[in-house]
Design a protein. Structure first.
Length: 454
């Protein structure tokens, strides 16, 4: 976090690639007055949109648009920020960016790396690490619930909760550290301060935060579901029924081939990444089918749940049953949920699992509830904040250190130095969430995943 790194002015196209009504070129640095002067031959009123021609170096007009100068520290990054709002054509925006870089050559303006604007906002204390992550999560959100929870995190709801919890640990740390200095009175001191009870209350609060973070991570990551089974049992029909009935925001996942169709559907806002596998047959007819089947097995290995679809109308057929047994053997070890389809056309089976009709739409609600149950989803009363595996992990470690602290505190001649150390480690683990104790590696990992211009 050296100052030299902060002083490097940066620029990038801030809007999405492709065409749009408006596109934005953004620059940030400690002092952009020379850049504004070079571009427009004048200064701009702070935080006011000024309609101006954007000209090339030779004076020819590239576009007309709005220029806004946000003087430091009242900007997104906390530095001087210049925003040029032009028409959103990719070629035009690249020309405009090139022009800005050229005009800023004198102050060392360079192209921004991925996530660098948001990284500066973090380094300048505009937002904390959890909020910075929420920026990316808001942009990447695949369902409305995920977007809303990301917005809550960005707004600081998650961070505020973490800060409150950290504050309570700090109080206790202060108390224990102070007691360490007066060893003869220590037991009495801690008892008077109800240290044991307070530790228990903090543990409970961290446990609750952990449960909510798990829900948030589920909203962000979703659940990977594979629909498997023989050809013609109704796998594609089931996927369509699940997607259609939810009025889902359906996003095709790139890279899928004709043998494997993947879609993201949502159930109560939880994204479900569903893969409809090619018919799973042991002996493939040709090379293409063989490859398709290979991919199906790969998808199954990485799935959170496998829907093994059966056709009720074909029960008892020897060839059908043999193929079922073969698939069942190969699915051993996977988290399988049996789905008995075509209940509209045949008597339901007595087996375990869900009986439904993809065609008639019956039994789908039971399947949805079962999927949510398996995902560990519980609608949270006071709103879920978006969270990541990183946050869940940090909260788990915090809790583990608090448990150890509790164990030390419970000893007759309480091992105060060990108690103090566990509290310190708990505090540190919790602080990783907001970046209080962030390492350079962690920062690189988080901001490197952003797109350029954010
Ligand atoms: P897949 O090969 O497993 O993906 O199966 P499809 O979804 O393509 O369906 C195969 C056939 O079964 C089609 O003719 C569907 O109309 C039919 N089918 C699918 N679901 C049902 C159902 O619930 N009831 C009935 N009667 N037919 C169904
Ligand atoms: Zn199909």
């Amino acid at each position: 976090m050296s100052l030299a790194r902060l002083r490097d002015p940066i620029a990038a196209v801030a809007t999405a690639a492709g065409r749009g009504a408006v596109g934005i070129v953004r620059a940030s640095g400690p002092d952009l007055a020379p850049l504004v002067q070079a571009l427009f031959g004048r200064a701009l009123a702070p935080r006011a949109a000024t309609l101006l021609p954007f000209t090339a170096a030779d004076g020819s007009v590239l576009d007309r648009g709005l220029a806004i100068h946000f003087p430091a520290p009242h900007s997104y990054t906390g530095e001087d920020v210049l925003e040029l709002q032009a028409h959103g054509g990719p070629v035009l925006l690249q020309l405009l960016l090139a022009r800005v870089l050229e005009a800023g050559a004198g102050i060392g303006l360079r192209l921004a790396r991925a996530g660098e604007f948001t990284e500066r906002a973090f380094l300048n204390d505009k937002i904390d690490l959890a909020q910075a992550e929420a920026v990316a999560d808001l942009i990447d959100a695949s369902t409305e619930a995920a977007a809303r929870s990301a917005a809550r995190s960005l707004d600081g709801a998650f961070s505020a909760e973490i800060h409150t919890l950290a504050g309570r640990i700090v109080e206790l740390r202060t108390l224990v550290e102070a007691t360490l200095d007066f060893p003869e009175e220590e037991i009495d001191f801690l008892e008077k301060a109800r240290a044991h009870e307070r530790l228990g209350a903090i543990e409970a609060a961290i446990g609750a935060a952990l449960a909510r973070a798990r829900q948030g991570a589920l909203l962000r990551e979703g659940m990977r579901v594979v629909i498997a089974g023989q050809p013609n049992v109704g796998k594609s029909s089931l996927l369509n029924a699940l997607a259609g009935a939810e009025l889902a925001i359906v996003t095709p996942i790139p890279g899928t081939t004709r043998d494997r169709v993947a879609e993201t559907i949502q159930i109560e806002g939880v994204p479900l990444h569903v893969v409809d596998t090619a018919g799973l047959r042991e002996h493939a007819a040709d090379e293409v089918e063989r490859i398709g089947i290979g991919r199906s097995w790969e998808a199954i290995a990485g799935a959170d749940a496998v829907l093994f679809v059966h056709d009720l109308t074909r029960r008892g057929d020897a060839g059908y049953e043999a193929a079922e047994a073969e698939i069942a053997t190969r699915l051993e070890g996977a988290d399988v949920l049996h789905v008995h389809n075509k209940a509209d056309a045949a008597a339901p089976a007595a087996d375990d699992g869900v009986v439904l009709s993809a065609k008639a739409g019956t039994g789908l609600e039971t399947l949805r509830r079962e999927l949510l149950r398996r995902a560990g989803w519980q609608a949270q009363p006071d709103g879920v904040f978006i969270a990541r595996a990183r946050h869940v992990d940090a909260l788990q470690r915090t809790l583990a250190h608090l448990h150890l602290a509790q164990a030390h505190a419970a000893q007759r001649d309480a091992a105060l130095d060990l108690l103090a150390e566990e509290l310190r480690l708990a505090h540190q683990a919790l602080g990783e969430i907001t970046g209080e104790f962030g390492t350079e590696d962690l920062l690189g990992e988080i901001f490197g995943r952003f797109c350029i211009g954010k």
